[in-house]
Design a binder for this molecule. Structure first.
Ligand code: ATP
Ligand code: MG
Length: 333
């Protein structure tokens, strides 16, 4: 989270302008220095009178929302905290954050909270289901052995066994999500992990008329990950892409090194499928959110959890009717 900071001299001109302020507003510190504050934080029109009022009422800080125009003409919303001068002859301090970044962080925290209670809830239910399910399964198997294959009920018992096995799959997927196994971390090349997943996806993709285009060799990056968990992430995302292109299409998989010194690699999985409607975009990582009849809605929830446990993040952009791009960002060694 970036925190912009600037101090003012007695005349209300910028004295100090930190790096986060440079990044957020687009001005270099040298340019900002000596400029009247209102020319930079354009929404702060009545700053001087505000500061005077604060001093006379001995208020130590005040928070307000204001817009500011960046150097490139963009307008951003800021949450600003004003600290009036501590003594006569000293300048004021202004701290500010990008309101959108703050809102995003609040959403993430809320999401984490919801996830945590869901974890416990899911684990509780699954625990309750497991024992009776084992009972049903044992009894049905016993009946299967005893019933004449050409006689009555044979087919029904076989169906019961198939349904029980489907429930067992769901139970273990939910357990995986609620209590993932402890990661077995080792160093690996991200390209190898992705290539391995694609090796298994090649046939089903081709069968569905999807052209696979890869660009993996250019940025060999070493990551410290649980390889099988990470494979699961790419597998889930590639499978979703395939499901989004029932009539065929293209799947691009590539790696990009993020700016030098950043220490992160980004793997991109981009499809030309149906895309994700805007009202769903915020919900696709929620557990049990699915638009597929057969989907459990856990693929992305599990993937995000795994990636975040590795200190990374998953990003998504989508245009309905055109396609979707997932970016998996991981710290490199
Ligand atoms: N590449 C994509 N293109 C379009 N929609 C997508 C894509 N990836 C995910 N989605 C949407 O996000 C939803 C959630 O995905 P998620 O993988 O979590 O669950 P699922 O695929 O429905 O079920 P499963 O648990 O079997 O993976 C999907 O149902 C789909 O609506
Ligand atoms: Mg899925």
């Amino acid at each position: 989270m970036r925190i912009g900071l600037l101090t003012l001299d007695q005349r209300g001109k910028v004295a100090l302008f930190n790096t986060a302020a440079e990044q957020m507003l687009g001005y270099r510190a040298q340019e900002a220095r000596g400029t009247p504050c209102e020319e930079i934080l354009t929404g702060l029109t009545d700053l001087r009178s505000r500061l005077i009022r604060m001093r006379s009422s001995k208020k130590q800080e005040a928070q307000l929302n204001a817009e500011a125009r960046c150097k490139d003409g963009r307008t951003i919303r800021l949450v600003i905290t004003l600290h009036p001068p501590l003594a006569a002859g000293k300048g004021a301090i202004i701290v500010f954050q990008d309101a959108r970044e703050l809102e995003k962080m609040e959403n993430q925290l809320e999401h984490l909270d919801r996830l945590r209670s869901l974890d416990e809830f899911a684990a509780g239910i699954v625990h309750e289901i497991r024992n009776p399910l084992a009972g049903i399964s044992t009894n049905a198997q016993y009946m299967m052995e005893k019933i004449d294959p050409s006689g009555p009920f044979h087919e029904e018992v076989r169906d019961i066994l198939a349904d029980v096995s489907a429930i067992e799959d769901i139970v273990s997927a939910v357990l995986d999500f609620a209590h993932p196994s402890k990661p077995q971390v080792r160093e690996a090349l991200i390209e190898d992990i992705v290539a391995e997943v694609l090796r298994f996806s090649r046939m089903p993709l081709r069968r569905q008329g999807i052209r696979l285009l890869t660009d993996l060799g250019k940025h060999p990056a070493r990551v410290r990950v649980d390889v099988s968990q990470m494979k699961q992430v790419f597998f889930n995302i590639v499978r979703n892409a395939r499901e989004a292109m029932p009539e065929g299409g293209e799947l691009h998989v590539s790696t990009t090194q993020l700016p030098v010194g950043n220490g992160h690699i980004r793997v991109e999985v981009e499809d030309t499928g149906r895309g994700i409607a805007e009202q769903y975009l915020a919900r696709i990582f929620d557990p049990f959110f699915s638009t597929h009849r057969e989907g459990l809605g856990l693929g992305l929830a599990i993937s995000r959890k795994i990636v975040e446990n590795h200190g990374g993040r998953i990003e998504v952009e989508s245009t309905p009717g055109k396609g979707t791009r997932f970016g998996i960002v991981l710290p490199t060694v």
